[in-house]
Ligand binder design. Structure first.
Ligand SMILES: [Zn+2]
Length: 151
């Protein structure tokens, strides 16, 4: 897990490596991305950045994010609502539970699930290189306050 300035720097490095010129607008997009601690889609990033620079276009945001995704700096999730959502690729591994009513994305990690997946893969003659686990759920009426809710 990195600080925001370090993240912006790392993103800048990725864009330069991909041959993109660093502009004021790209720097703004990178900062907004670095500050996001949820799972925003490109429009969400655009809306946040647009508040600082109303000359910004959605296509600039798309292009910038596409490059970062290709470089592996941000990770894209295609949850069932059909919208591509993004998060920083520098976080510890975790899985997601999506609230089907509110769209809230809840992060979790479970050593038991990780171990079970490795065991199943090994029994099938594989080692796991990566995995994605998405749970879709409806909140129980008896549930208490949400632990860590993200949009
Ligand atoms: Zn996440």
């Amino acid at each position: 897990m990195k600080g925001i300035d370090q993240r912006v720097e790392a993103f800048e490095g990725q864009l330069r490596k991909a041959g993109l010129r660093m502009t004021q607008q790209r720097r703004l997009i990178l900062r907004v991305l670095a500050e996001a601690d949820d799972h925003p889609d490109a429009k969400g990033i655009f809306t946040r950045a647009f508040a600082h620079d109303p000359t910004l276009s959605l296509s600039t945001v798309y292009r910038t994010m596409k490059v970062l995704e290709t470089q592996g700096a941000i990770e894209r999730h295609a949850f069932e609502d059909g919208v591509s959502r993004y998060e920083h690729a520098d976080q510890a591994h975790h899985d997601h539970l999506i609230d089907i009513e509110s769209g809230t994305v809840v992060e979790f990690s479970s050593p038991e699930i990780e171990a079970l997946q490795a065991k199943i893969a090994a029994e099938l003659g594989y080692e796991i290189v990566r995995h994605r686990l998405e749970l879709y759920g409806r909140r129980l009426p008896t549930a208490g306050k949400r632990r860590k809710a993200q949009g």
